[in-house]
Design a protein around this ligand. Structure first.
Ligand SMILES: [Zn+2]
Length: 291
């Protein structure tokens, strides 16, 4: 029996990504035509074709603006989880502002979905060694798990020293499910989705995830955004070269690659794959802080 991995969708629109926050102010969001309803519909059909359930980490802003989209996701049997209210990174919030953000998001997502919201993913994986206070606040707000740490070295996020496998954060009971990496040549490489999935050949990605499944017996966590399956999205012009490359690379190939991934591996929600009966090691915050 092959291992079941966790399929996750970060539900934000193409103009709500952190990379655009200097060129599109949040106050403009409601005036920009959304691509969310049609892109989510496309994803729901894709998942249905492959008989797959997924976890949708969703912005509170999206739940308020598109309650029918949330209802459609729930009706198809998927898990709703939280991705913050309006995609503000933890480094831009005080702990008290963060608590308000994740509490109000959790409430609206619960009201609209009718599900108990247990999961959280930080915008742009912004749980880093500077924002570890997040776990205490997640506990206060009623969450059970987070999938927010990328155990890699990266210019924008990551805790390279963090465990690659799930763990429980001491004194909070919060389960952290790190994004999937492959350990090679003494360092961790991201094999979890997003821009990396669009950058590397699919055969290499499949090799990495199989290695994690077969050699370590560990389920992987895959993530993708609705806008990554939408090559027709409006183009934003005044971006840096690096941001333009990262956002638009291989968008026209992602649909097919995702089809292959759904075909080649087994998938389910984060809750089904990682929570329930399983016991994970407990880790003190001090073991994650520092470089
Ligand atoms: Zn995001």
């Amino acid at each position: 029996m092959s291992i079941t991995n966790a399929m996750t969708i970060d539900v934000e629109d193409y103009f709500q990504v952190s990379a655009f926050e200097d060129v599109i102010d949040r106050s403009e969001w409601e005036n920009i035509p959304s691509r969310i309803p049609e892109n989510i519909e496309k994803i729901l059909l894709l998942l249905e074709r492959h008989n797959t359930r997924a976890t949708f980490f969703t912005l509170g802003w999206i739940a308020v603006s598109f309650p029918q989209v949330i209802a459609d996701i729930v009706a198809a049997g998927h898990e709703i989880a939280c991705h913050g209210w309006s995609h503000v990174r933890l480094s831009d919030l005080t702990p008290e502002e963060f608590l308000a953000d994740i509490s109000s998001s959790r409430k609206i997502l619960q009201d609209v979905s009718g599900q108990e919201i247990l999961g959280y993913r930080a915008p742009s994986f912004s749980v880093t060694s500077e924002t570890l206070w997040a776990y205490e606040k997640l506990r206060e707000a009623g969450y059970l798990y987070s999938s927010s740490i990328f155990p890699i070295k990266h210019d924008l996020y990551g805790i390279p020293r963090a465990p690659r496998k799930p763990f429980v954060v001491e004194q909070t009971g919060i389960h952290e499910i790190p994004l999937t990496t492959v350990r090679m040549f003494g360092r961790n490489y991201p094999f979890s989705g997003g821009g990396w999935f669009r950058l590397m050949p699919y055969s290499l990605f499949r090799y990495g995830l199989k290695k994690v499944n077969n050699e370590e017996g560990m389920p992987g966590v895959f993530y993708i955004h609705p806008w990554e399956l939408d090559p027709q999205q409006p183009r934003q012009l005044n971006l840096s070269t690096k941001t333009t490359f990262r956002h638009y690379l291989n968008l026209e190939k992602t649909n097919h690659r995702l089809e292959c991934l759904l075909q080649d591996f087994h998938w389910d929600t984060v809750q089904s794959v990682f929570l329930g009966q399983k016991k994970y090691p407990t880790l003190a915050i001090s073991e994650l802080s520092g470089s």
